[in-house]
Design a protein around this ligand. Structure first.
Ligand code: PLP
Length: 400
């Protein structure tokens, strides 16, 4: 019998981290590796935010804080939710954690009982199903299709709901596809939820500000105010403000749920870093103009990658509305043989052969629950993207 817990045995380690580790190994061995695996912007944290953190250190804001966040940050979050999303929340309805990841984890730990089902549209961010498993629940994947730009339909959601369904986890714009649901596309899903009052929605709005070509971000409680009492709106500063290392995420929702999440946090990590909390206040309250500037860079890179991938025979790459990922379909490459003699039987084999034969690191689609695909993060320089896409083109052109 293993010393390790049965719960942990049900969970797999993060495949995205595995890809990064493999790429680092090959780099250390001398291969010229271009990493398109990382899920973080390549920009530096803005100066005003760094300055706020320095001020926090200098003024002694270096002690324990309230378990789920300082009041200044909760107020800034309420103001943000009103300003950007038209949502009314009070500080007591807000919880702050060490990254969006901990927010989601706390919420699932606080609510899942054995047998509870959590609907997760696929492809999904790798951590959702494993967090549900850790919390004792059962993940239920609902697959989007390439034809529908990887989004799920109302009929699919309706069919997945059972008396045991506890949550729908919703993520738009999405990691790994970048797909964003328009107001109308989201409304048909919230209409389904209205018919099932026992189902709550956990919306992961982490990529809210990374929205392109006039795409208007919307979130469930805004689109359907009747869902307000059973919605947990999750967001954070990691992606929009280039603050992945600072570890601040937050959620707003019903007080009872927020209190339960605080209880989980109080017996695990206590408060998120005090200095990061003051930096996050500045991120949310300070100037927002660089968001649009960053998005111009992301759009340029997205267009470069999408057009170079679509030039490849065997690959189809939709143009996403947001985030900094694309999720090309590689159905046309499956069954072929690479120059080095590898038979491409699935997307994991494709990604491994691509890395070993060309040095380009991407994450295979099976990790995100929809195949055959791979995920490209284009949060890296134009030069690196051009070189990486050229290598992918050559790799695919030599498949036979
Ligand atoms: C969809 C999504 N949600 C949540 C997170 C976690 O964000 P954080 O770094 O704030 O924990 C990520 C990070 O990759 C993500 O892609």
């Amino acid at each position: 019998m293993s010393f390790l817990s049965e719960t942990l045995a049900r969970v797999k380690p993060s495949p995205t981290i595995a890809v990064t580790t493999k790429a680092q190994e090959l780099k250390a061995a001398g291969l010229d590796v271009i990493g398109l695996g990382a899920g973080e912007p390549d920009f530096d944290t803005p100066e005003n935010i760094k300055a706020a953190a320095v001020r926090a250190i200098e003024t002694g804001k270096t002690k324990y804080t309230a378990v789920d966040g300082i009041i200044e940050l909760k107020q800034a979050i309420c103001a943000k939710l009103k300003r950007d999303n038209g949502l009314d929340y009070e500080p007591k309805q807000v919880s702050v954690s060490s990254g969006g990841k901990q927010v989601l984890y706390n919420a699932l730990m606080a609510t899942c009982n054995p047998g509870d089902e959590v609907i997760i549209p696929a492809p999904y961010w790798v951590s959702y199903p494993d967090m549900v498993l850790l919390a004792g629940g059962t993940p239920v994947a609902v697959e989007g299709t390439l034809a529908n730009n990887f989004k799920i339909t109302a009929d699919q959601l309706e069919a997945a709901i059972t008396p045991k369904t506890k949550w729908l986890i919703f993520n738009s714009p999405s990691n790994p596809t970048g797909a964003g649901y328009s107001h109308d596309e989201l409304k048909v899903l919230t209409d389904v939820l209205l018919r099932h009052p026992h189902v709550w929605v956990m919306t992961d709005d982490m990529y809210e500000h990374l929205a392109f070509d006039g795409f208007e971000f919307c979130t469930p409680a805004q689109v359907e105010p009747q869902l307000y009492d059973r919605t947990l709106t999750v967001n954070g500063v990691s992606k929009a403000y280039a603050m992945t290392g600072w570890r601040i995420g937050y959620a707003a929702g019903p007080v009872e749920l927020i209190n339960a999440m605080r209880k989980v946090q109080s017996q695990s990590t206590s408060n998120p870093c005090s200095i990061s909390q003051y930096a996050a206040v500045e991120a949310l309250n300070g100037p927002q103009d660089y968001l649009a500037v960053n998005n111009e860079t992301f759009v340029r890179r997205r267009n470069l990658v999408v057009s170079m991938l679509n030039d490849i025979d065997g690959i189809t790459c939709p143009t996403p509305e947001g985030a900094f990922y694309v999720y090309p379909d590689i159905a046309g490459c499956i069954g072929k043989t690479s120059k080095a003699g590898t038979v491409i039987t699935n997307d994991e084999v494709f990604a491994t052969a691509l890395l070993e034969e060309t040095g380009v690191a991407v994450v295979f689609g099976a990790a995100f629950g929809l195949s055959p695909n791979f995920r490209v993060s284009y949060a890296t320089s134009d030069e690196a993207l051009l070189e990486a896409c050229t290598r992918i083109q050559t790799f695919c052109a030599t498949l036979s």
